[in-house]
Design a binder for this molecule. Structure first.
Ligand SMILES: [Zn+2]
Length: 412
């Protein structure tokens, strides 16, 4: 059976197509041109150029026709891609909750809006409860909720731990792992997420929780279903096995040895270090009810994470930008770019991770991550030169377009 998630947009296009056949007087929307002081198209810079948008897509980049809208104070960059969010983790009555009940989808609208304001137009959401992420993706896709385009994982697979209640994401042993992967796919997940080690929130331990065989079973089941898989590991052991098992992206990992990094490079596996999220936890430990003692551990993890990212970048690893945003971190999604520059990237290389890198990881490299003819019209206008100073991309987003629609406008 076809997943209902695919049906909805297809029906929409079918309906539009039929309408076009029976009502030839329905004219397509006129193309609009936007004039920028500069356009970084994901690859090179165009000075004083226009982006012409037709419907949801970019028609062309180049000389300005008469009547172009004037945004010449700004530099255009491709809409950015945050490949690690938890959009449905909301901060409710001062209590952080990973998604309680159906109300979460409503409360999460705030996270979606704040994400758009950072110039992020696409996210990969890596773990939710009750398929709230799928509901959110579909509402955004239908235009009923304002937010970035979402690729979602449903429940992230987690090894059952003694003393903790089992939940729909619990899976142990290769057969059960494969079964729970298929359950996420059947529920409509675009991606698979597996927690291959401990570590989250104030807990920065990185004890491996899935064996190589279980990771391999998850990877194989995901790939057999035509899906990609992200494996979380805070520590080096889970990372080593995640890489060997052939994960499509490795999340967080610190202290990876040279051999693991070399294998990651050889297999072209994306590294999503999510350095900034532990900075967020340390900065907000009071609000999050963490004991003061947790801060030291979090800061230590940040430093090891940065050092590992530096090593991996030097070794030629491919990076995508993931914030691991939860609760009140939305709006800070792109601060990870600052860490990428600290890890040795130029601002342009950091921006590539947040555009072409994310697009390739998602398998959307012919539609997202560049301002190019035929691509979806996802554009962020920033004030200043983001290639000279990455802080411009992080904190000076003034206008955002997603699929041809202006979703943020702070130009006035
Ligand atoms: Zn996460």
């Amino acid at each position: 059976m076809m997943a209902p998630i695919m049906m909805a947009p297809m029906m929409k296009y079918l309906a539009i197509g039929l309408l076009w056949v029976v009502c030839p007087w329905v004219a397509p929307a006129a193309a609009e041109s936007y004039r920028f002081g500069a356009v970084w198209d994901g690859d090179k810079v165009w000075k004083d150029a226009c982006i012409t948008v037709q419907g949801e897509h970019i028609e062309r980049v180049g000389a300005c026709p008469a009547g172009a809208l004037n945004l010449s104070r700004y530099t255009a960059i491709p809409g950015m891609i945050d490949v690690h969010t938890h959009m449905t983790y909301v901060f409710e009555n001062k209590v952080s909750r990973p998604g309680r009940g159906a109300a979460v989808v409503f409360l999460a609208q705030d996270n979606a809006r704040k994400t758009l304001e950072t110039g992020v137009t696409t996210v990969r959401d890596l773990g939710a409860q009750n398929y709230a992420d799928i509901a959110m993706r579909d509402l955004i896709g239908l235009g009923q909720m304002k937010g970035p385009r979402m690729f979602v994982a449903g429940y992230g697979l987690s090894a059952p731990r003694p003393g903790r209640p089992t939940s729909p994401n619990s899976a142990k042993g290769v057969d059960e792992v494969a079964k729970v992967v298929r359950q996420q796919v059947d529920a409509g997940a675009d991606w698979i997420k597996m927690y291959g080690s401990t570590g989250s929130g104030q807990d920065v331990s990185g004890t491996q929780t899935y064996t190589f065989d279980e990771m391999k079973a998850a990877v194989d089941a995901a790939h057999a279903a035509g899906k990609r898989i992200a494996i979380h590991s805070y520590g080096p052991d889970g990372a080593r096995d995640a890489i060997r098992a052939g994960a499509d992206s490795l999340e967080h990992a610190t202290d990876m040895d040279d051999e693991t990094i070399a294998e990651m490079v050889r297999r072209k596996i994306f590294y999503v270090p999510t350095i900034d999220h532990n900075r967020y936890y340390a900065d907000n430990y009071v609000k999050l009810n963490y004991p003061p003692a947790a801060v030291e551990g979090l800061n230590g993890f940040v430093q090891r994470n940065l050092e590992t990212a530096r090593k991996a970048f030097r070794a030629g690893a491919r990076f995508a930008m993931g914030s691991d945003a939860v609760y009140t971190m939305f709006g800070e999604n792109t601060r990870e770019l600052g860490w990428f520059v600290k890890a040795g990237m130029t601002p342009e290389q950091a921006l590539r991770a947040a555009t072409a890198g994310g697009a390739e990881l998602l398998g959307m490299e012919t539609r997202l991550g560049a301002i190019r003819t035929g691509y979806l019209a996802d554009i962020a206008a920033v004030e200043g030169d983001p290639l000279a100073n990455i802080e411009v991309a992080i904190g000076k987003v003034r206008w955002v377009m997603k699929a041809g629609e202006v979703v943020v406008d702070k130009t006035r």
